[in-house]
Design a protein around this ligand. Structure first.
Ligand code: HEC
Length: 97
């Protein structure tokens, strides 16, 4: 009587465990990869460490230089950059480049 329920519970458990291992979708990362390489390589910004608000200001400076992005795109990119290139993230060591 209880068996089918346990079976379903096991399936649900297994599928959420495998989802947790997948890399979470990150629209900010994809946008940065696409858009921040259109005019220069990442060598111009990847050693900088600043918070999301400062990255947002950077993105608006890039818009003054010709890029056309929506507010959502800027917010997603700034969130990603503030997380991965934030003030507390150590700079890459030379041998890691
Ligand atoms: C429309 C072209 C364009 C795009 C797209 C672009 N940049 Fe730039 N970026 C420039 C130009 C032009 C400079 C000035 C280069 C120089 O001084 O040699 C620059 C300089 C920079 C600098 C150093 C000067 C400053 O103002 O801080 C950073 C940091 C930077 N870009 C980050 C980014 C990031 C992050 C992205 C993606 C969100 C991006 N850029 C996308 C054109 C662009």
């Amino acid at each position: 009587m209880m068996r089918p329920l346990f079976f379903i519970a096991a399936l649900v458990g297994a599928s959420s465990a495998s989802l947790a291992q997948d890399k979470p979708a990150d629209p900010g990362r994809d946008l940065v990869m696409q858009k921040c390489a259109q005019c220069h390589t990442d060598s111009i910004w990847r050693d900088q460490r600043q918070n999301a608000a400062a990255w947002e200001a950077t993105a608006y400076r890039m818009m003054a230089r010709g890029s056309i992005w929506t507010t959502d795109e800027v917010k997603n990119m700034a969130a990603f950059l503030g997380r991965e290139f934030g003030p507390d993230v150590p700079r890459a060591k030379p041998q890691q480049r």
